[in-house]
Design a protein around this ligand. Structure first.
Ligand code: COA
Length: 158
């Protein structure tokens, strides 16, 4: 599996991957992801030229960014591809002076089982939950947002 930065022609394969993850990405998210792929920085994971995962990150403030979307082919999850993608985001962000990276996901209070492993993934990648926002602006009712943050470097000197 190789990871490289996405190019515009990768978009439709990314959206096709989302259609295979209906428990995580409702159809109405597809256009949002399509737009994010053009405005943010995106990475794709390829195996034999087939797209098996992608991640999108967006610059938020001077030294902060957010991973807005991440997805791996359901048949290839748990094999390190998501980690590879997140590491590519971290490396790029570090080069650009980013010190904190945020990710938002479905909070445990939702009781929705598919996101148990998603939260475990982010925590294994160094993210810590700092808040739960419910309702989160723009999110449908009944979807409490877990806000997680990972530090790429120390943010204070003493
Ligand atoms: C979340 C996702 C991108 C991770 O990609 P992946 O390739 O499956 O992840 P990896 O194989 O690199 O890493 C799996 C890690 O998650 C952890 N993990 C996964 N499921 C777990 C579970 N049920 N309990 C505990 N840990 C779990 C593993 O311990 C592993 O961490 P480790 O490497 O430290 O052992 C992918 O599973 C996915 O697309 N999920 C559905 C969509 C989604 O949730 N997107 C993110 C929305 S915020």
């Amino acid at each position: 599996v190789i990871v490289r930065m996405a190019v515009p022609t990768d978009s439709e394969a990314c959206i096709h991957l989302l259609t295979r993850l209906p428990n995580y990405f409702a159809i109405d998210t597809h256009d949002v992801v399509r737009a994010a792929l053009t405005t943010g920085s995106a990475w794709v994971a390829l195996e034999h030229d087939e797209l098996v995962g992608f991640a999108v990150a967006e610059h938020r403030h001077t030294k902060t960014a957010e991973i807005t979307f991440a997805a791996v082919d359901p048949l290839r999850q748990g094999q390190g591809i998501g980690t590879h993608l997140v590491n590519a985001v971290f490396d790029h962000a570090t080069k650009h002076g980013i010190v904190l990276i945020e990710v938002k996901t479905l909070d445990a209070s939702s009781g929705y089982e598919p996101f148990v492993s998603t939260r475990a993934f982010w925590e294994a990648r160094g993210f810590h939950q700092v808040d739960c926002i419910d309702p989160h602006p723009g999110w449908k009712p009944g979807n409490p947002a877990a806000i997680l943050v990972a530090a790429l470097t120390a943010t204070r000197e003493d």
